[in-house]
Design a binder for this molecule. Structure first.
Ligand SMILES: [Zn+2]
Length: 340
């Protein structure tokens, strides 16, 4: 994205896209919060330590909410949505009822209007990175991982992480979320209920990490975490924000500690199989333009990879995130089956 198109953006959006938290940070600081800027593009706002306000409830009793946007630099809708939410909240700072960390993931990719610089940031959250280790995004992930650890360290049990994305391709359920299976049952139920309030139509339970940020926080920090797909990808400043209205409303309430009820329960899907690209011989029966949740019938070939043939095992499996162009060793798609 050129500087000219940045200049046309609303101030709050431009500031967030440039990792400039100046004004917003100042408002929270002036209201008595402890504000941190642990790395470029990362803001933390916590209740002041109890020792400074003896009668105040300690910070550990507040839920901790991590919001991440722009983990893929071309997914700009959630950046706009969160910029407006943060701007509004900072004008009534005492309404903030949680400890908040906001992470703008791929600051450098956003600046040039790209998805990433070297490699997909949302595959870096793993202990062994293999040939991803030397990439630009590996360094960025290290900074995010350190800030995330510091944020959750010493906080109470109610930990949330909403990693907000938009999809490249169409989807039979335009708004859907991936939820790590290992989240403790009660927290998971609360998370899925919130996702319903946010307009999410379908939830995929994921049994294994693909190196995503949300799986990392669930596994390492016990967070009720989810990768949330809020709709279609768009250009910064030109997103149709009406598609995010329910999510924006649910988020505003979450941050203010306003209890919510209602919402439609999302459909629930289980992961039937993860399709991993094992070699350069990998070919998929469909391209990356295939709609998410496109159904396939039992026996249909999903992909071949040398002698390995991936085929549909259940009566019906739906494909999500098909992408034959990923690097060898990474996930090229998920097959899901509806369970609820
Ligand atoms: Zn994404």
């Amino acid at each position: 994205m050129s500087n000219n198109s940045f200049d046309a953006l609303p101030e709050a959006v431009r500031a967030l896209a440039r990792a400039d938290f100046g004004e917003v940070a100042e408002r929270f600081r002036a209201a008595g919060f402890t504000v941190g800027l642990p790395a470029k593009g990362i803001l933390t706002v916590k209740a002041a330590a109890p020792s400074t306000v003896p009668s105040a409830a300690p910070s550990v009793s507040r839920p901790s909410v991590l919001l991440s946007v722009g983990v893929h630099g071309d997914e700009t809708g959630p950046i706009e949505m969160v910029a407006h939410a943060l701007e509004a909240l900072s004008r009534t700072p005492h309404a903030l009822a949680v400890d908040l960390m906001l992470c703008v993931g791929s600051i450098d990719a956003i600046a040039v209007g790209k998805r990433f610089i070297d490699a997909d940031l949302n595959r870096m959250f793993r202990l062994q990175r293999g040939d991803l280790a030397g990439t630009f995004e590996a360094g960025r992930a290290d900074a995010i991982i350190a800030a995330t650890r510091d944020f959750f360290e010493g906080t109470g049990a109610r930990r949330w992480h909403l990693d907000l994305h938009t999809a490249i391709r169409g989807s039979r359920y335009p708004k859907f979320a991936i939820v790590p299976q290992l989240i403790e049952a009660e927290a998971r139920t609360g998370l899925i209920a919130w996702l319903g309030l946010a307009g999410i139509e379908a939830v995929i339970m994921n049994p294994a990490s693909a190196g995503t940020y949300s799986y990392w926080t669930a596994e390492q920090h016990g967070a009720a975490a989810s990768t949330v797909e809020l709709g279609r990808i768009g250009t910064l400043g030109q997103n149709d924000l009406s598609q995010f209205a329910e999510a924006a409303d649910a988020l505003a309430r979450l941050l203010r500690g306003v209890s919510q009820s209602g919402g439609k329960a999302p459909l629930v899907f289980d992961t039937a199989q993860s399709i991993t690209k094992l070699s350069d011989q990998f070919t998929m029966s469909f391209g990356r333009e295939t709609e998410n949740f496109t159904p396939l019938k039992k026996g249909d070939v999903i992909a071949t990879d040398g002698d390995t043939v991936y085929s549909v095992q259940h009566d019906e499996e739906c494909v999500v995130f098909p992408n034959p162009d990923v690097r060898v060793g990474l996930r090229a798609g998920i097959m899901v089956v509806r369970i609820g």
